[in-house]
Design a protein around this ligand. Structure first.
Ligand SMILES: [Fe+2]
Ligand SMILES: [Fe+2]
Length: 268
């Protein structure tokens, strides 16, 4: 596996974004020079056209290719006709990816697959919850089966595959257990957002990294942040970089090591 550096940003929430933080994040990312920027959804606050235009302008300034997936806030909230009849119209016209398919990004030493876990409605009373379905898992597995040996295999989604600490009361992505079984030995890293809390850990032998809200003023007890993920061979580190009021600085670094197909926590 050649060295890979991924900037994981999430929950941008244009409409409730803090412009000073956006400027600092773009400067930070230019400095970090990532291989890929993984954008884990909730680009907007209420899926309005002006918010999508602001999100598009931000994406256009990123200094690296971006793999972008939607979040639940990128669906028209209670604009019922739009939500059911044409839920992704604005996403398609502004962001340009197909939210019903899987988006695959390949680079040296890296295969990343983005899937949309936001749903127009769910059986759960909380429609902000999401799920991953069998067709999406099949698309992920098939992209990873075609990956060159040793490539880092990354899933980019919005809803979390792991909950810890203060985020425990939130819901996991629907069918997370099925996903972890399907991806065991086939994937390395699952990226998510949604809970506005940054943490990482392992689940089913995979590394799960959650990024906090990069730009939103709706904080859930911790500052704006993003993750810088560096992988080289059987080692991977997740560095959480927090906004300190002026710039982004390292808050926490967590290391992982792979033995065979299984990732476990290791010294950073
Ligand atoms: Fe969010
Ligand atoms: Fe969300």
């Amino acid at each position: 596996m050649s060295a890979v550096r991924i900037a994981q940003i999430s929950d941008l929430h244009f409409g409730r974004d803090v412009p000073q933080v956006a400027r600092a994040l773009l400067a930070e990312l230019r400095e970090a020079a990532p291989t890929l920027v993984a954008v884990c959804g909730d680009l907007t606050q209420t899926a309005r056209a002006a918010e999508f235009r602001a999100a598009r302008a931000f994406l256009d300034e990123l200094p690296a290719p971006a793999l972008v997936v939607p979040g639940n806030h990128d669906l028209p909230g209670w604009r019922v006709w739009s939500r059911f009849a044409r839920p992704w119209r604005r996403w398609r016209s502004h962001i340009g990816t197909d939210p019903l398919g899987a988006t695959v990004h390949t680079a040296a030493g890296l295969v990343a697959v983005g899937v949309n876990t936001a749903r127009r409605w769910t059986f759960h009373t909380d429609w902000s919850r999401g799920r991953v379905d069998a067709a999406q898992l099949a698309a992920i597995v098939s992209a990873f089966e075609a990956a060159p040996a040793g490539a880092l295999r990354v899933v980019v989604a919005h809803h979390p595959f792991l909950l810890t600490g203060p985020g425990r009361r939130r819901g996991l992505v629907g069918r997370s257990a099925l996903a972890l079984r399907s991806l065991h030995r086939r994937a390395d890293l699952l990226l998510g957002g949604h809970v506005h809390l940054a943490y990482s850990g392992t689940a089913g032998g995979l590394v799960v990294a959650q990024s906090g809200t990069a730009l939103s003023s709706r904080l859930k007890g911790e500052p704006n942040s993003y993750n810088l993920i560096e992988a080289d061979g059987d080692r991977l580190t997740v560095t959480n970089r927090r906004f300190d009021g002026d710039r982004f600085a390292t808050h926490e670094r967590t290391g992982y090591a792979r033995d065979g197909h299984t990732w476990t926590a290791a010294g950073a």
